[in-house]
Write a protein that binds this ligand. Sequence first.
Ligand SMILES: O=C([O-])CC(=O)C(=O)O
Length: 166
Amino acid sequence: MAFLATAEACDSNAALLASGDLRALQPIFKIYGQCRAFSGPIVTLRVFEDNVIVRELLETRGEGRVLVIDGGGSMRCALVGGNLGQLAQNMGWAGIVVNGCIRDVDEIKGCDIGVRALASHPTKSNKKGIGEKHVPVQIAGTLIQDGEWLYADSDGILISKSELSV
Ligand SMILES: O=C([O-])CC(=O)C(=O)O
């Protein structure tokens, strides 16, 4: 996939930015994972301190998609760790964005996917299986719909209603 720089995308799509069809997430995420730049169609997931459904989704073929997890911003446990990072890589996901924490930072650094999260936390999450897939999520000041596109690089993260042309 051709690389689309987020700054360039903002400069060349002013009308989309003005309309809200293209928007930038507030810069609250830290960069983890090997890919500093990644993009793809979004799969949304809302959970709270429970990552059973995270694993369930990452066990399916990613086909270049990006998993966007609204973990409610919890700072009390990790929703993704080294095993799930490896799984995501093996199943062909382009990346994972977590409104919450991850763990096994050094293992995730070795995974060939993009990972963004608020912070790291050594504690694992609950395993009750509670959460909702493919629902609109509100993250970093932005409403994100399942099926929209995400573009991430060193400058930040963009959400677009449809695929952007390079
Ligand atoms: O299984 C978990 O709760 C998350 C984790 O530590 C991993 O993915 O390695």
